[in-house]
Design a protein around this ligand. Structure first.
Ligand SMILES: [Zn+2]
Length: 568
């Protein structure tokens, strides 16, 4: 970490600032603004002669589908970029497909790694970080690429994570926000050096967002070229218009028009030989500065999934939700998920059914979708491993003012997640009741599963004491069931999920179709509210995680990161 880093006091690089950090940044921004103002009053500095070479890398994070537009714009000018791909999202709705990646590579673009499911590598267990980095690289290799370049999700890293990136075979790893822009890091270096000081944390400007103008983009290049040159690594996410909408977020989008204008300018600029500027992929730059010492390709290897839990053992960690994850504020090894039009409010409820904590979900403004708490959809730590062909008993205890339904997902060998199926409905219950469901046989190729009790109407759901056992090996269902009232008389659905019978002897009510709306004729009676609990609201986060009526079983889902700060 150099003294020019704009966040030198944080142990993890690229960590987004908390409130004190934001205040400090605001103060810094004011100072920078003052300096800029005084500089404007003074005579403008004479443009320095262009001395050293400047190399520009155009990089793209996450594998968003509309990056294909940028690829076409680059190809039309004979340029290529580096695409840092989140392998577990590849092929999911809104993301590039494997075929597109292959065609990009054939056109000279570089395919680099960006983990499997975009984990914050400084916040997860070391084994999880290792699997996220190494397995993502192995998947890319299995797809026919030879990935040597990596970018940190959220641009967060520390010494241990940097060592893991190198150990997984990545030659370089890119950060964000460590070179100068109009928006941040005003006293930082203008460009990464050649060779870079730390190949496992390449210094790059903050990601391009909708505030950036053509002059801002040009300025990163000319600012370097006019000041001794160096390596300018620009990072793009979404390429869409209009920016500043839900489908084209302001904090991570550039319009296709602006991207095309910039690459047109850049093409002319690089062809003016006195500018000593070139456009290269990250790996091409490394080849250039390493020369004869460029390393041979290091074959990727992946970390195998954790073992399947033994018969009679609950495969879930923190099943009673007693331990809270400081980073997410949710119970450790659990995450929220949901989709559709509704507002979810999450809070920790006290006491739990057992122990001191349960998790409360309040859903309002409901018109579609669901919200649910699930064992975290990860690679190594929380999601329980399963064996193809086997069946499992899943359960959780709950109180609820509305009907609910299990939504199940599975993970394949590449680490991608897929919607699996949904259970029949569980009736509202004012006292603790157990929702139980026996899964269908695990699909071939699946390596892990997760499930959440989804609230599918306005109401309040409190859950505690989650379990997943090999079928028939867990405790018997608690009697008598308290959820025996029928949730719905509807049986109109053709969804496969509605055909899943509840497990024998379980307390599940008669099946309602997931496409049947609760509250209609024959719908559930609204019971009294749940037991009075002391609660502490900790988040309104609801990462997009679809299921139920919106989705065909087997549809790949892109598990969103809990941290939605829009960076990296
Ligand atoms: Zn990313």
């Amino acid at each position: 970490m150099s003294t020019t880093d704009h966040h030198p006091t944080r142990p993890a690089r690229g960590r987004p600032p908390g409130l004190p950090g934001l205040l400090a940044l605001a103060v810094a921004a004011l100072l920078v603004a003052a300096l800029v103002s005084s500089a404007l009053v003074a005579a403008p500095p004479a443009q320095a002669a262009i001395t050293g070479p400047t190399v520009v890398s155009l990089t793209f994070d996450d594998g968003d589908a509309d990056q294909a537009t940028a690829q076409q714009a680059m190809a039309s000018k004979g340029m290529a970029g580096t695409f840092y791909v989140t392998t577990g999202f590849t092929g999911a709705s809104g993301y590039l497909t494997r075929q597109q990646l292959s065609s990009f590579a054939a056109a000279g673009n570089e395919i680099g790694g960006h983990t499997v499911t975009h984990a914050d590598l400084t916040q997860v267990a070391s084994t999880e970080a290792q699997a996220q980095i190494c397995n993502g690289r192995k998947v890319l290799q299995d797809w026919g690429f030879k990935p040597t370049s990596f970018a940190y999700p959220f641009s967060t890293a520390n010494a241990a994570v940097e060592a893991q990136a190198a150990g997984c075979g990545y030659t370089t790893s890119r950060g964000l926000g460590d070179t100068r822009t109009r928006f941040s890091c005003g006293s930082c270096v203008r460009a990464e050096t050649l060779p870079p000081a730390d190949p496992q944390y390449l210094r790059a400007p903050d990601q391009v967002d909708s505030r950036w103008t053509l002059a801002d983009l040009q300025g990163t290049v000319t600012g370097a070229a006019n000041n001794g040159g160096g390596w300018v690594i620009l990072t793009f996410h979404r390429v869409c218009a209009p920016t500043g909408t839900a489908s084209c977020p302001a904090d991570r989008s550039i319009t296709p028009t602006l991207f095309s204008q910039f690459t047109t300018w850049l093409d002319t600029y690089r062809k003016t030989t006195t500018n000593k500027t070139s456009v290269k992929t990250v790996d091409q730059v490394v080849r250039q500065y390493k020369g004869a010492s460029y390393p041979a390709y290091s074959p990727a290897s992946s970390v195998p999934p954790k073992p399947v839990a033994a018969a009679g053992a609950n495969a879930l960690l923190n099943d009673s939700l007693e331990t809270t994850d400081a980073a997410t504020t949710f119970p450790q090894c659990f995450q929220p998920g949901g989709w559709g039009t509704n507002t979810a409010a999450w809070s920790s409820a006290t006491p739990g059914r057992t122990g001191s904590k349960a998790e409360q979900l309040a859903l309002s403004g409901y018109s579609s979708g669901d919200a649910k708490l699930l064992p975290t959809l990860d690679l190594q730590t929380c999601a329980p491993s399963v064996a193809p062909g086997a069946t499992y008993d899943i359960s959780t205890w709950y109180t609820s003012t509305a009907v609910s339904q299990f939504a199940l997902y599975y993970r394949d060998g590449s680490g991608a997640w897929f919607y699996w199926t949904s259970s029949p409905w569980f009736a509202a219950s004012s006292t603790w009741a157990q929702a139980r469901f026996t899964t269908p046989p695990v699909p071939a190729g699946a390596t892990a599963t997760t499930f959440g009790l989804a609230l599918i109407a306005n109401g309040t759901l409190v859950t505690d004491d989650y379990a997943l056992y090999q079928a028939g090996t867990g405790p018997a269902a608690s009697a008598p069931p308290t959820t025996s009232s029928s949730s719905s008389s509807s049986s109109t659905t053709e969804s496969p999920s509605a055909r899943q019978a509840p497990s024998s002897g379980a307390s599940a009510p008669a099946a309602g179709g997931p496409s049947a709306r609760p509250g209609g004729p024959g719908g559930p009676q609204q019971p009294p509210g749940p037991p009075v609990l002391t609660k502490r609201e900790h988040s309104k986060a609801k990462p997009y995680l679809p299921g139920g009526e919106a989705l065909r079983p087997g549809t790949q889902v892109a598990v969103p990161p809990l941290r939605a700060d829009g960076k990296g």
